[in-house]
Design a protein around this ligand. Structure first.
Ligand SMILES: *Cc1c(COP(=O)(O)O)cnc(C)c1O
Length: 381
C-alpha cells in the first residue's frame, strides 16, 4: 500500500475479527446453538471511518459475516459492487423513487412508516426486500402506535402490499448502555413491545424470518434469543458504547492515527505558540510541530488540552490546533524531524484511545473515528 507519510490511519483488520468473536461469545453465552443471534455488522458511515469495502470484505471473507447494515443506498451499492454478497440492510430512509435500484441490487430497505410502505410498493416494479422498523421509544424513525395490537395490525397491512417482501421487523434501543434503573425499565419495555408484536403477527399466520433489537450495548446487557440478529456497531471497532461501561472482555481498538513531526525547536520562556497566542511558554521549551490538524479530524477542542504520544511518552498539545498542523511540548523527549506522533493508538507502553479523546471533547468515540477525514489515508494492516 502506497501512501505519503504525513498523517495516516492504520487499520488493524484482525482486531475486527477479535472484537466480533468476543461480542458473539458474550451475546450467545449459555444458549443452545439453534437459539444463537447471528451477527449483523453495522458498517455505515464508511465503517465508522475505518473504510467500508476493505473492512466489510474482510469481515465477510475472514470472519464469516453474512449480514451487514448501512445507512443509505449509496453505501449499500458500494458494498455490493465491492463484492459483498450477504444481506445488506439500509437502516435509514431511501426515497421510494429508488425502488428499482434497491431491488436490482438485492438490498433490504427499512420501512419507516405505513405511508412510506405504500409509496415504495407503488413505485416498485419487482419485489423489494424489507424490514419494518418499529419506533418503540427512540422517537427517530419507524412505525409508532400506542398498543402492540396497533403495531401488529400495521405490520400485517404492510405485509399484504404488492412487491414488498417483508423479511423482518426491528427496533432500536436508545438507552441500552445505561445502568440507571429507570433506563433499564425503559429498555425492557422497548424489548417487550417488539416481542409482543412479533408474537401477534405470528398468531395471524405471518412468519417473520427476522426480529431484531440488539445493538452493541444491547447485545452485552440485554442478550435475548428473540433477537435473531445482533447489530454490532461500535464494539466491532473496539470502542465503548459508553466509556463508563464495564464489558466482559477487553476491546481492541481497530484504528490508530499517526502523523509525522515536521519541525523541532527549542524556544525561550515567554514565547507564544499558535493562533490567538493562547499558550505562552513558562520556561525554556522544546516544541515539535506535527503535520496533522482539524482538517484531518483532530478536534480543535484539544487545543491546550489534549496529548499525543511520541517515543512512548505523552506530549501535551500546546496552543490552538491549526487546520493542518499542531504543536506539542516535547521537552525532555528525544524527538527529531521525521519522528512519528500518535493521536490515538499506542506508543511504547502508553495508549490513548478515541474514547479518551472523546471524553476531553465532551463527545463519544463514535464521533472521533467518524471524523477522521477523507484526507487521511487508511492503511490496512
Ligand atoms: C448505528 C446503529 C446500530 C449500531 O449501534 P452501536 O451502538 O454502534 O452498536 C444499530 N442499529 C441501528 C438502527 C443503528 O442506527
Amino acid at each position: 500500500m502506497k501512501y505519503i507519510k504525513r498523517a495516516w490511519a492504520e487499520i488493524h483488520l484482525e482486531r475486527l475479527k477479535e472484537n466480533t468473536a468476543n461480542f458473539t461469545f458474550a451475546v450467545n453465552h449459555g444458549r443452545k446453538e439453534s437459539e444463537n443471534s447471528e451477527i449483523m455488522c453495522v458498517v455505515k458511515a464508511d465503517c465508522y471511518g475505518h473504510g467500508s469495502v476493505k473492512c466489510a470484505k474482510y469481515l465477510q471473507d475472514d470472519a464469516g459475516i453474512k449480514y451487514f447494515a448501512v445507512s443509505n443506498l449509496d453505501e449499500a451499492v458500494e458494498l455490493r459492487e465491492g463484492g459483498i454478497t450477504g444481506d445488506i440492510l439500509i437502516l435509514g430512509y431511501t426515497s421510494p423513487v429508488y425502488a428499482s435500484a434497491i431491488s436490482e441490487y438485492g438490498i433490504i430497505q427499512t420501512i419507516t412508516d405505513e405511508n412510506y410502505a405504500g409509496e415504495l410498493s407503488e413505485s416498485a416494479k419487482t419485489p423489494v426486500r424489507c424490514h419494518i422498523k418499529l419506533d418503540t421509544g427512540m422517537t427517530r424513525i419507524g412505525l409508532r402506535y400506542s398498543s402492540p395490537e396497533e403495531y401488529s395490525h400495521a405490520v400485517l397491512r404492510i405485509s399484504r402490499l404488492k412487491n414488498l417482501e417483508i423479511e423482518g421487523i426491528f427496533t432500536h434501543l436508545c438507552v441500552a448502555d445505561s445502568k440507571d434503573p429507570d433506563d433499564v425499565k425503559y429498555t425492557k419495555n422497548q424489548i417487550k413491545l417488539i416481542k409482543d408484536v412479533k408474537d401477534m403477527v405470528l398468531q395471524e399466520g405471518v412468519f417473520l424470518k427476522h426480529c431484531h433489537f440488539l445493538n452493541s450495548a444491547g447485545g452485552i446487557f440485554y442478550s435475548d434469543p428473540a433477537s435473531t440478529l445482533a447489530r454490532l456497531g461500535i464494539i466491532l471497532y473496539g470502542l465503548y458504547p459508553d466509556r463508563d461501561l464495564v464489558l466482559p472482555f477487553d476491546l481492541c481498538p481497530v484504528m490508530e492515527v499517526k502523523a509525522v513531526v515536521s519541525q523541532v525547536k527549542e524556544v525561550e520562556e515567554g514565547v507564544c505558540v499558535s493562533y490567538g497566542r493562547t499558550y505562552v511558554t513558562k520556561k525554556k521549551t522544546k516544541l515539535a510541530t506535527v503535520a496533522i490538524g482539524y482538517a484531518d479530524g483532530v478536534p480543535r477542542l484539544l487545543s491546550n488540552k489534549g496529548e499525543m504520544l511520541i517515543k512512548g511518552k505523552r506530549a501535551p498539545i500546546v496552543g490552538r490546533v491549526c487546520m493542518d498542523q499542531l504543536m506539542l511540548d516535547v521537552t525532555g523527549i528525544d524527538v527529531k524531524e521525521g519522528d512519528i506522533a500518535v493521536l490515538f493508538g499506542t506508543s511504547g507502553n502508553e495508549r490513548i484511545t478515541a474514547d479518551d479523546i472523546a471524553s476531553l471533547c465532551d463527545t463519544i468515540g463514535y464521533e472521533i473515528v467518524c471524523g477522521i477525514s477523507k484526507r487521511v489515508p487508511r492503511v490496512y494492516l
